[in-house]
Design a binder for this molecule. Structure first.
Ligand code: AMP
Ligand code: ZN
Length: 112
């Protein structure tokens, strides 16, 4: 499958890895939008959040839980933002779901 993030999962493309377990990996975003900006992704290929199924519910929870644990490790105990874009209208460019974790700068809402 020609999926950039599957290639990172498989080690075919390098990434600045932060974390790995049997279900997820986390790595630094290549174009950071904040001093801390990393992505948490499932090892399983799921193209968009709309493609997640009932059986993925625990996996989605694990992605979010992993994000907060790593955010704390990265010095974001005072606050951070998580974002998951869905489809082109939601700003998604890589079609393998990923949770953005942004921190270490003041973030505003709405983001614009
Ligand atoms: P999205 O627009 O939500 O699909 O986000 C895709 C994100 O993946 C962007 O923030 C990109 O900077 C990031 N990205 C693309 N290629 C790589 C890569 N090879 N390693 C790390 N992050 C990447
Ligand atoms: Zn994939």
């Amino acid at each position: 499958m020609d999926c950039l993030f599957c290639k990172i999962v498989n080690g075919d493309i390098p990434a600045r890895m932060l974390y790995e377990d049997d279900q997820v990996i986390a790595f630094h975003d290549i174009a950071p939008q904040a001093p801390v900006h990393f992505l948490v992704i499932p090892k399983k290929h799921i193209a968009t959040l709309h493609d997640a199924s009932e059986e993925d519910r625990a996996l989605l929870g694990h992605i979010l839980y992993t994000a907060q644990r790593l955010a704390r490790e990265q010095g974001c105990e005072e606050g951070f933002r998580v974002v998951m874009n869905c489809n082109a209208l939601g700003g998604q460019t890589v079609y393998h779901i990923h949770l953005h974790v942004l921190g270490q700068r003041q973030l505003h809402w709405p983001p614009g």
